[in-house]
Write a protein that binds this ligand. Structure first.
Ligand code: FE2
Length: 406
């Protein structure tokens, strides 16, 4: 058995606590290496967390992109965008400030945004920050007594809003990453909003042009102005009573507005003739439903209104035109529009007779129910008209009683 004293090795770690004298150089190196390793490991954990956070943020951005790309309602897009901004950068409140300083204020939590009334006029500090972001057209962060702010422009079609995201706690400042994120979200969101606004503007423009055209046709037919609009209104009212879906109600109204568009192809002397029409003249007038159908058919968007236009003079007893369809062969839109059209025509002054009063017109319609007019549509019409008369007597009188002279 050896009596030689066993020397401790650096691995024992006992050197570090040896009393008296400096630690040997190799021990110092090991300690420094361990400290470096510790630092690197903590940095790695920090980086890993950062990567994870960025990944989650990218996922959310991807999610919101898909969410808002499917929506056409601008207010809804803004609400989703604001809710996700709140979640992504941890904002408690988001204000959207328009160019006239009008504000929409949202409280955000868990990706949702709830709009609330602004508690008072915009503060001077906020107004200044908003003006700076608007002028510079880029995102700025700021610390104010009310909390940390990030202020970023949101370009719309014809204007620029400014989005202010707030954290109520002043010790939680926004990072450069937060700024980049909100800027990207608003840049993307602004493009989608601008596209929707443009789409809506074009849609409204095309509808206005159509309405102007329809109004010109009403004049050509010597109807009191607004006949086609009123038929659209009444058709919608009947459709509501019959439980037609919201989407179909829109189309029903448009079908009513456009029902006589084919009269553009009818000779004016025939349309305005005060006396009895000859057989040839009546045959010519009877062409207008098909003419309207042919005019609108090339416009793909108007497909849902076509049957209402083509069939609005068909009678349930088969005596109507252009094809003498019977009963349920006649599409629902056309049966509804027919009732609305007859009522408005009866309560209008025509070149060959004075207007009937509302009750007299209703009696005529009641009498024709089941033969010239669809029973179900007639009943729904009479009930809905009575309801309208009770609920909105002034509008009712304005539409169907007063001022209906030519
Ligand atoms: Fe007609």
């Amino acid at each position: 058995m050896s009596t030689k004293t066993q020397q401790p090795t650096p691995r024992d770690g006992a050197h570090a606590t040896l009393p008296g004298g400096p630690a040997p150089a190799d021990v110092v190196d090991a300690r420094a290496a361990l400290e470096r390793l510790d630092r690197v490991m903590s940095e790695n954990v920090g980086l890993a967390n950062e990567v994870l956070r960025s990944y989650e943020q990218l996922n959310l951005v991807f999610e919101v992109t898909h969410q808002i790309a499917e929506i056409t309602d601008v207010a809804e897009i803004e609400r989703i965008l604001v809710g996700q901004i709140g979640r992504l950068i941890g904002a408690d409140q988001v204000h959207v400030v328009a160019s006239d300083d009008a504000r929409r204020v949202y409280h955000t939590a868990n990706g949702a945004a709830h709009q609330t009334e602004p508690s008072g006029p915009i503060s001077e500090t906020l107004r200044q920050k908003v003006a700076e972001a608007r002028a510079a057209r880029h995102t700025v962060a700021s610390e104010t007594p009310d909390g940390s702010l990030v202020v970023s422009p949101l370009s719309r079609m014809d204007s620029m809003d400014v989005v202010v995201a707030m954290r109520e706690q002043v010790d939680r400042a926004f990072s450069a990453g937060d700024l980049m994120l909100i800027e990207s979200m608003l840049s993307f969101g602004g493009k989608i909003i601008a596209n929707c606004e443009l789409h809506e503007k074009l849609r409204r423009m095309s509808f206005d042009v159509t309405r102007a055209l329809v109004s010109a046709i009403d004049k050509k037919d010597n109807y009191t102005s607004g006949h086609s609009e009123r038929v659209g209104f009444l058709a919608r009212m009947i459709g509501e009573r019959l439980g037609v879906s919201t989407v179909d109600l829109q189309w029903l109204e448009w079908s009513g507005i456009l029902h006589d568009v084919g009269k553009i192809g009818i000779r004016e002397e025939v349309l305005g003739k005060p006396g009895r029409l000859t057989e040839e003249e009546f045959a010519h007038i009877k062409e207008h439903p098909r003419m309207g159908y042919e005019i609108l058919k090339p416009i793909a968007e108007f497909d849902p209104v076509l049957q209402g236009v083509l069939r609005h003079h068909e009678n349930p007893d088969g005596t109507g035109y252009p094809d003498g369809l019977r009963g349920d062969e006649i599409p629902l839109f056309a049966r509804i529009i027919h009732v609305a059209d007859v009522f408005d025509a009866l309560t209008s002054n025509r070149s060959y007779r004075a207007a009937f009063g509302v009750d007299q017109a209703c009696d005529i319609i009641r009498k024709d129910s089941g033969s010239k007019l669809d029973t179900q549509a007639t009943e729904a019409f009479l009930a809905a008209l009575e309801q309208f008369r009770q609920d909105q007597p002034h509008t009712f009188a304005h539409m169907f009683v007063q001022g209906r002279g030519q």
